[in-house]
Design a protein around this ligand. Structure first.
Ligand code: GAP
Length: 497
């Protein structure tokens, strides 16, 4: 991850937000290449999810909505994480990410150890327990630790659990609920009547606008409403670079189905669609898996939730959640707004409040996944026939920030430069293209490999003096072949969209 973070900064993919003031935790800016890559992810999703389907329409709702939306959806009362404070260090932890265990020697509890959630939580607790026993010179057999998180701690245990910040017990508070919505005030008055929230999900925009879309959009069941937009969550512990941040972008779609429809089949179809889409933007299948939420942990209205998981360098984590939510949200809005949400179903000649399948994904998590999956360091031939290390980002042409780099072989030959610039200008009307005339060709290739450009073309003397062909060099195979301009445009048309 450190190498990737360094590359992102060096090559202008991502910067810490407001870095000149020391940054702000949980917020990131996207630099020139990052903004392109992110836009490509969004555009691919929108094209495939909305434009290329007849059953889904797109909307763009506001970030600040009527506060009653969030009362109806349950976010005001329940969008909380359990928070634990360390009174000594002033650090804050999510209680379900702070683990502890008893140190039990010969059946007697000698003390407690703690560790933050990671791939190695259990091992770290075991090592901490061994170290505890050694330091206190306790004789006897240490029992294997049994990790629990702070939401499971008994009141009498809390004072005995050491803070991960100080290593000492006595400073951790009991868990309390912390609402993750950012509050603001609308209008000149700053009192309770003007309180509003930055949306913590885009989904409620689709539910709040459901009636308007039905009345104006000529949609009939089953159909979907999709949107892409910013969401905000005051995460207690933003972490793992872009994985958990406080301002992020979601791509969500609510697929409305008849209450009698086979929701399990529809749910499965959407899981498969989402997986297929991830493969289409270049994520390898072996890094993806599925996690079915246990029934007893689902919200009461939910029928099933499956997450598509991705193997990030810091562990297997949720990338895309696909939830079968019944018709809870529409019913709640009907109740709180007084506006009926039932629609007339032609097929059954009945009025019904549709049920919904909701695929919800974060653009930032996909961004991080494609970088993690695409990053490689490997040996490659250098200009002098030797071997050198190259860094390469294997990004799919669909999302790569730059599609083609155009080089004249030599920058001091006006004929080569003119032809290269002519090609560059023609490509640029349709694609993100980069023109580079400085340095040896090998160096120019390396610069493009590092930012994931799938193809480089070099204009040489054969191009201007003979048949007009130029060299096309492929990023992944590093193979080169000669092609004409029409072939290049055909290749791009086939691979980029
Ligand atoms: N409407 C349902 C919903 O918002 P969620 O599981 O809370 O469900 C959906 O969020 C997706 O949004 C997640 O699968 C993840 O990709 C992304 N996401 C959620 N919280 C995030 C955060 N703090 N930072 C980055 N992405 C986040």
């Amino acid at each position: 991850m450190e190498t990737l973070v360094a590359l992102c900064k060096r090559r202008g993919f991502i910067f810490p937000s407001s870095e000149i003031y020391g940054g702000i935790n949980g917020f990131f800016d996207f630099g020139p290449l990052g903004a392109e890559l992110k836009k490509n992810i969004r555009d691919c999703w929108w094209d495939d999810m909305v434009r290329r389907r007849d059953d889904i329409v797109g909307i763009e709702s506001t970030i600040i909505m009527h506060p009653k939306v969030w009362e109806a959806s349950g976010h005001v009362a329940g969008f909380t994480d359990p928070l634990v404070d360390c009174k000594s260090s002033k650090q804050r932890y999510r209680a379900d990410q702070l683990f502890f265990a008893q140190v039990v020697v010969d059946g007697k509890v000698e003390g407690y150890v703690s560790a933050l959630e990671s791939e190695r939580t259990a091992e770290e607790l075991q090592e901490a327990a061994e170290s505890f026993k050694r330091k206190k010179a306790i004789q006897g057999r240490l029992q294997p630790v049994e990790p629990r998180d702070m939401t499971e701690a008994r009141p009498d245990e809390i004072a005995l659990i050491p803070s991960p910040a100080t290593g000492e017990p006595g400073s951790l508070t009991p868990p309390r609920s912390f609402n993750m919505m950012f509050q603001t005030n609308v209008g000149a008055m700053s009192d309770a009547s003007s309180v509003a929230y930055l949306r913590p999900e885009t989904a409620q925009g689709m539910f709040a606008d459901f009636r308007a879309v039905v009345d104006t959009g000529r949609v009939k069941l089953p159909f979907g409403i999709a949107q892409i937009g910013k969401s905000f969550r005051n995460e207690i512990t933003p972490r793992n670079f872009l994985f958990r941040v406080r301002e992020f972008e979601q791509m969500e779609m609510e697929y409305f189905i008849h209450e009698d429809a086979d929701w399990e089949k529809c749910h499965r179809e959407w899981i498969d669609w989402c997986k297929g889409w991830l493969l289409s933007i270049g994520l390898p299948e072996n890094l993806l898996s599925e996690y079915n939420h246990p029934r007893e942990k689902l919200a009461f209205y939910s029928r099933g939730t499956t997450d598509i998981m991705f193997r990030y360098p810091f562990g297997v984590q949720e990338l895309w959640g696909i939830a079968a939510r019944g018709n809870y949200d529409l019913k709640q809005h009907e109740k709180h707004s007084g506006v009926p949400q039932a629609i007339f179903d032609e097929a059954t000649k009945r009025k019904i409040v549709p049920h919904v399948i909701e695929p919800a994904v974060g653009v930032d998590r996909i961004f991080l996944a494609v970088l993690c999956a695409g990053y490689a360091e490997e040996d490659a031939p250098d200009d002098k026939g030797g071997v050198e290390r190259r860094t390469v980002l294997r990004l799919s042409p669909r999302i790569a920030p730059v599609k083609v780099a155009v080089f004249p072989l030599l920058k001091n030959k006006p004929g080569l430069v003119a032809r290269a610039q002519e090609l560059y200008r023609r490509l640029k009307r349709r694609y993100a293209v980069f023109y580079d005339e400085s340095g040896a060709i090998g160096r120019r290739y390396r610069r493009q490999d590092e930012i994931g450009t799938p193809w480089c073309v070099t204009i040489d003397f054969e191009t201007i003096e003979k048949d007009g062909t130029f060299t096309l060099r492929e990023r992944d195979s590093m193979k080169q072949r000669r092609i004409v301009e029409a072939e290049l445009f055909a290749l791009l048309e086939e691979k980029v969209f």
